[in-house]
Design a protein around this ligand. Structure first.
Ligand SMILES: [Zn+2]
Length: 417
């Protein structure tokens, strides 16, 4: 069935509505959701789902939105599948008062954002714009992020829900919808009720270029290195003081470029100091450790330990402690046990008229943790680009392709059951 013949997409209107709602998350907050304003979007989504006839849509106390599109097939054995996107936007860039702009029929020109003329989207800096000639590009106005990460995904899933309800000729099993808060601060699935979802497979709709699907994420640890120095009155410190601040500085300066985010790409891992604090007696460096190969995390952690020990040789009265906490793991190992989940995703992308490309993501997704909680969950493109910044963009046509992909996926699961 060619879907675009029967569909009248509403995904753009939805997207423009959702991005004007500020849902920035806050890593400093301990509450869930980390910012109460995320519920403003959650409540709106529930209202819209109820209005299109998704009867069980609701938001829970933590700000998670759950909903079900009941099966419309005679087959009893169609697995329940779940589509998931996150509602929050990154703390790295303001999401307040977002003013989305549609640049119709893009012809490769520079896109100057009106509220800050220094913000210019150039094709040379955004190579994916090459694939968008003739399309309609949506950006923010220059002072905020756009929020396509991940409100493009939210709008696409919402539009797919609308079509599933209004086109009974699209046959499907039970479809579960999940919208999460706080993904950008690494807490997106902390309060997910996996039992309540009761799904066999999940798909996050939070990837970049049209046609891409990601079945592999980093494995990730956090490492805290604490330097214990030796304090002395600065007027009488000669030959005595061992400043933890300076020791920490020496350690950071010795981190190898070929094991850093700015010196690696593709399948290479890194160690990355994300925070440093302290005084003469004690200093703390917080690292994130990343690699696709979980076993290599240990090797990378050893590099930090070895550098610290090497530096500390010069400071006989100082020492260090290291504390490592696992953060998330590469979902590939889980997905390989259920190969049809990725296979059907690739089929759906092809049926929607694109070249399907399987990729790895140099980061984590809600899906990497969901996969280890019992819901295998690769990531499908949402069309979002240059996220977490003022030049973030998405195209109308890519969002429509994502809606089609979601609908084809629902049909494929039904067809193959
Ligand atoms: Zn995202």
């Amino acid at each position: 069935m060619t879907l675009n013949a029967i569909l009248s997409f509403n995904v753009t209107d939805r997207f423009l509505r959702y991005v004007t709602i500020d849902t920035q998350s806050d890593p400093e907050s301990d509450s869930c959701p980390s910012t109460a304003k995320q519920k403003n979007l959650g409540n709106l989504l529930v209202k819209e789902l109820l209005a299109i006839g998704v009867a069980d849509a609701h938001i829970d106390e933590y700000g998670y939105v759950y909903a079900t599109i009941p099966a419309n097939t005679n087959k009893a054995n169609v697995p329940v599948i779940c589509f998931c996107s996150h509602m929050d936007t990154s703390p790295d860039c303001s999401g307040e008062n977002v003013k989305p702009i549609i640049h119709k029929n893009y012809q490769g020109q520079d896109l100057v954002l009106p509220d800050d003329a220094t913000q210019i989207l150039k094709m040379s800096e955004h190579p994916d714009l090459k694939n968008q000639i003739g399309n309609d590009i949506i950006t923010a106005s220059g002072t905020t992020l756009l929020g396509a990460d991940n409100k493009a995904g939210v709008a696409e899933i919402m539009d797919a829900c609308y079509h599933l309800i209004n086109h009974p000729e699209i046959k499907h099993g039970d479809i579960r919808i999940l919208f999460t808060p706080d993904e950008e601060i690494g807490r997106g699935v902390d309060k997910v009720d996996i039992k309540k979802l009761g799904a066999y497979a999940g798909y996050t709709i939070d990837g970049e270029s049209a046609g891409n699907m990601e079945n592999e994420t980093f494995s990730a640890d956090g490492l805290k290195l604490i330097i214990h120095g030796l304090s002395a009155h600065p007027g009488f410190a000669k030959g005595k003081m061992e400043s933890a601040i300076k020791i920490a500085g020496e350690i950071v300066a010795k981190l190898p470029l070929n094991l850093s985010p700015e010196g690696t790409s593709g399948m290479q891992g890194f160690v990355h100091p994300v925070g440093i604090s302290g005084h003469v007696e004690e200093a703390t460096i917080d690292f994130i450790i990343r690699d696709f190969d979980e076993r290599k995390l240990k090797e990378h952690e050893r590099v930090i330990r070895d550098i610290a020990d090497e530096v500390l040789k010069k400071y006989p009265n100082s020492s260090r402690t290291i504390d490592i906490k696992p953060q998330y793991r590469n979902m590939k190992g889980v997905l390989e046990k259920h190969p049809q989940i990725v296979e059907y995703g690739m089929d759906a992308i092809k049926r929607a008229g694109m070249d399907a490309k399987l990729c790895s993501i140099r980061g984590g997704t809600d899906g990497s943790r969901l996969s280890f909680m019992g819901l295998p969950c690769p990531n499908i493109f949402a069309g979002e680009h240059a996220f977490h910044g003022k030049q973030e963009w998405v195209s109308v046509q890519d969002m429509q392709k994502a809606v089609e992909t979601i609908l084809h996926l629902c049909m494929i699961w039904e067809e193959k059951a």
